[in-house]
Design a protein around this ligand. Sequence first.
Ligand SMILES: *Cc1c(COP(=O)(O)O)cnc(C)c1O
Length: 386
Amino acid sequence: MDNGVSPLKARAAQAAVAQGLLGEERLIAGFVDVAGVRHAVGELRRAFPDHFMHAFAAKAGCLEGILRLVRSEGMACEVASPGELGQALNAGFPASRIVFDSPAKTWGEIRMALRQGMTLNVDGFQELERVDTVRREQGGSASVIGIRVNPQVGAGTIAAMSTGTLTSKFGIALDDPGSRERVLAAYRERPWLSCVHVHVGSQGCPLELIAAGIAKAVALAQEINAQAGRRQVTVIDIGGGLPVNFDDDTVSPSFGEYATVLREIAPALFSGEFGVITEFGRSLLAKNGFIVARVEYTKVTGGHHIAITHAGAQVATRTVFMPGSWPIRVSALDRTGRPKSGPGMVQDVAGPCCFAGDIVASRRELPLLEPGDWVLLHDTGAYYFS
Ligand SMILES: *Cc1c(COP(=O)(O)O)cnc(C)c1O
C-alpha cells in the first residue's frame, strides 16, 4: 500500500533524502508544489469573472518565495501585519496591489499605507477617525479605503477561526443597535469611502455561512449607493476563508463550487456593478505543501508506541494545541523517503518540544516507525511552516 502518499510526494521526499536536503542533521523540511500552486491560482481565476482581483492572504504562506510565486501568477496580496507587509514589498508587490487589513494599524502604518496608495480596510470607528486625520495631513489619498463590517452571521465549527460572530473582535458589527445607521452615516460623511470589506472566517465555516455574510455586505453597499444617489461603493472585498479538506487528497470544496454558491446568494458580485477583491490563503496552499521530519527515537511507554520526531508544536502549533479542530494526516516513510509498508501499529507521532502535549498524531495506525525513518505531514502548505 502507498500509505496515503501520492507518487508526487513520494518522489519529492526520496529526492530530498537522496540529495542530502534531509538527513541526519537536516531534520525537517517544508515542501511546496509550485505547479500545484499555479494550478490552484488558475482554478481560482477561472472560477470568477475578470472584475475580481484576487489578493493572496500573506499570513497563510508568508515566505518570500511563495509570495513571488503567487505574484507571478497575477495575484495581489493581502497583509495584516508589518512583517507581512515587509515580505510583500520584498516579493515585489506594488503598493497598488496590496490590501492592508490589520485590526491594529498604528498611526505610522496608516500614514504609510495611504501615502503609498495601498487599499486599506478600516476595522473600527476609532481607526476611521485616524484615517480622517491622516487624509487631512496628506491632502487626500489615492488609496481605496473601505470599512470591514461584521455581518454577525454566527460561527463555523472552529470558534477561534470565526470572525462573523455576535461578539467577534473584527470589523464593525452591522446588527448591534444603532450600528448600521452609524455605518451609513460614516459613508455619507466620507464620500471617499469606496469599499466594503467582510471576512467571515477561516476554516470550519460552511460556504453558506460565508456567503450569507457576504450577501449582507453587498446589501449594505447597495444601501450606501442608494443613499448617495451614485456609485460611492465601487469595490466589495469578500475576504477568504474557503475551507480545506484535510481528510484525503481531494480538493473540496473547489473555487468553482464556491462561485456557484455566491452567484446564488450574492448575484450582484457577478453583475459588474462592483469590483470585487478576494483574499484566499489556505485554499491556495494547504494541499500544495507538506512537511517531512525525521524520526529520531522510538519507545514503548505504558505499552504504547511513541515516535519522537522533529515535527511538533514549532511547525504544527494548531494541531498540537487543538488536535480536535486541526487533525492532519501523517504517513510513515522509510529511511530513503519511500512510503513505508507493513502492518498498521497504533502509535503516537510526537514532536521535539518539551511539553507532554507535543503530539501531531495521537493513537494513529501506521507501519511501525523506527529511528531514521521519516514522517510526512499532509496538507501543511498553509499556516504551518510559514
Ligand atoms: C486570514 C484571513 C484571510 C485568509 O483566510 P483563509 O482561510 O486562509 O482563506 C483573508 N482575509 C482576512 C482579513 C484574514 O484575516
